[in-house]
Design a protein around this ligand. Structure first.
Ligand code: HEM
Length: 431
């Protein structure tokens, strides 16, 4: 967590979970093998921030040997933390490499899989209306993401082609259930659903099927993880599956219905999107095409602002730093836990006019471009870049470009869409 949130005073209570007003703790002394009672030196007060005092005197019940043990434990935690950090960076570098390598096929794979998706919806609509698009959308996402991220063709494994997305759903549900609010009678939900982690054997069959599929069909991508990034085969497969299933499949499964819902309810907006998508971007859709479609992009950004798919982030401060908001400065101490809640941050009335209103063109033109500094859905500003030393989503650009391409493709194929965030009642083809 690197201070990516600059909350307004209105929102700061929900952003910072540990107050800077908490009494500072004495720093740990170097290890010494003595059991003399622990006293914190008054000289350390010279290191206290202005206006603050360190505690002085004996800390009840603690001796230096207690403190040495605690220091050793902290050293162990720190070295374990460093090891984890190294691993995290390695995996992020691997994922960024995958995204670079797949950029050549991303748009064409997207378009061809979208055609299959819309053909399915049309066929469902011809039988009955409304047509729920949740499962066809997931099937499309699964096939598409396997190809562009793992280089794996789902159609080569009939069981996976048919139900790979359902296997992912079950695997995700088991991980998310302990933290998902489903609104049944409290305290039953807390007691029976949120009090323990579910045993992994419940989904190990699904996980193993997906694991073996990626191992068989994604050999080149796995090799790249082993040779280029020093991962073991198991680490490469597991992390690839995690990014594919949790980050990408899970993220788009939440985001795209919100995007379709926002568009479907506004016929006037659809007219404008149709015009822009057909008049710009050349005959074949690519990432460059959507860069010529500012309204399409703005609608994508506005959906992410109003309905961020992953609204909560937690992080522990790696060092002391100051976090500033519009009118306050907070001292954050190393080790403190911070929580960022995007739904408040991205509705800051000092930044966004009428923050609770969905304004499709909010992010267009020069004024709109400046607002990208405050669009945080990816755990960092939309104007920033994911790197190995920050925690911003590695898929930040590919997510918004993919969503914009989906909108452009929709309005090249149809004149209008009627429905909501869960189902489609009509698709009007150009006459
Ligand atoms: C709509 C889709 C997506 C959403 C909403 C989303 C959102 C996020 C968010 C909020 C985080 C920060 C999580 C945290 O630290 O608490 C994150 C991290 C990450 N995302 Fe995404 N993501 C999406 C798609 C993708 C895609 C397509 C990829 C890559 C193929 C990806 C790769 C990653 C990685 C590797 C991280 C970890 C970054 C780090 O810890 O440094 N995400 N994502």
């Amino acid at each position: 967590m690197s201070g990516v949130f600059a909350p307004s005073s209105r929102s700061r209570r929900s952003i910072l979970s540990s107050s800077s007003r908490a009494a500072p703790q004495p720093s740990l002394p170097p290890c010494r093998s003595t059991s003399a009672p622990l006293t914190t030196s008054s000289t350390s007060s010279s290191r206290a921030p202005p206006g603050r005092k360190w505690h002085t005197g004996t800390v009840p019940g603690l001796t230096l040997s207690h403190f040495c043990e605690e220091r050793e434990r902290e050293c162990a935690r720190e070295s374990e933390g460093k090891e984890l950090q190294r691993g995290r960076r390695m995996v992020k570098a691997y994922i960024i490499d995958i995204l670079k390598r797949s950029s050549g096929i991303w748009a064409s794979e997207l378009v061809s899989n979208l055609d299959v998706f819309w053909d399915n919806i049309e066929s469902s609509l011809s039988k009955s209306s409304p047509a729920s698009y949740f499962l066809p959308l997931q099937q499309f996402l699964f096939t598409f993401l396997c190809k562009v991220l793992a280089g794996a063709d789902a159609s080569r494994d009939p069981k996976i082609a048919e139900s790979g997305h359902i296997m992912l759903d079950r695997w995700l549900a088991l991980q998310l259930l302990p933290i998902t609010s489903i609104g049944i009678l409290q305290p039953l939900e807390e007691i029976f659903l949120h009090s323990f982690a579910y045993p992994s054997f419940l989904v190990s069959g699904d996980y193993n099927n997906l694991y073996n599929f990626v191992k068989q069909q994604g050999k080149d991508t796995i090799n790249r993880g082993e040779i280029g990034f020093g991962l073991t085969q198991e680490e490469a497969i597991h992390n690839l599956l995690f990014v594919l299933g949790f980050n990408s499949f899970g993220g788009f499964t939440i985001f795209l219905p919100a995007l379709f819902g926002a568009i479907a309810k506004d016929p006037a907006l659809q007219e404008k999107l149709k015009k822009e998508a057909r008049e710009n971007g050349g005959s074949t859709l690519s990432f460059d095409s959507v860069k010529e479609m500012p309204l399409v992009q703005s609608v994508v950004y506005e959906t992410l602002r109003m309905s961020p798919p992953v609204p909560l982030q937690f992080g522990r401060a790696r060092k002391d730093f100051r976090l500033t908001s519009h009118d306050s400065v907070f001292d954050v101490k190393k080790g403190e836990l911070l929580c960022g809640f995007q739904k408040i941050v991205m509705r800051d009335s000092l930044i966004f006019d009428e923050p609770d209103l969905f304004k499709p063109d909010r992010f267009t033109e020069e004024k709109g471009a400046k607002l990208l500094d405050y669009l945080y859905w990816s755990n960092g500003p939309q104007s920033g870049s994911p790197t190995l030393s920050n925690k911003q989503c590695a898929g930040k650009d590919v997510v918004t470009l993919t969503a914009a391409l989906i909108v452009a493709h929709l309005f090249r194929r149809y004149d209008s869409i009627t429905g909501d965030g869960g189902s489609i009642t009509a698709l009007q083809k150009p006459k």
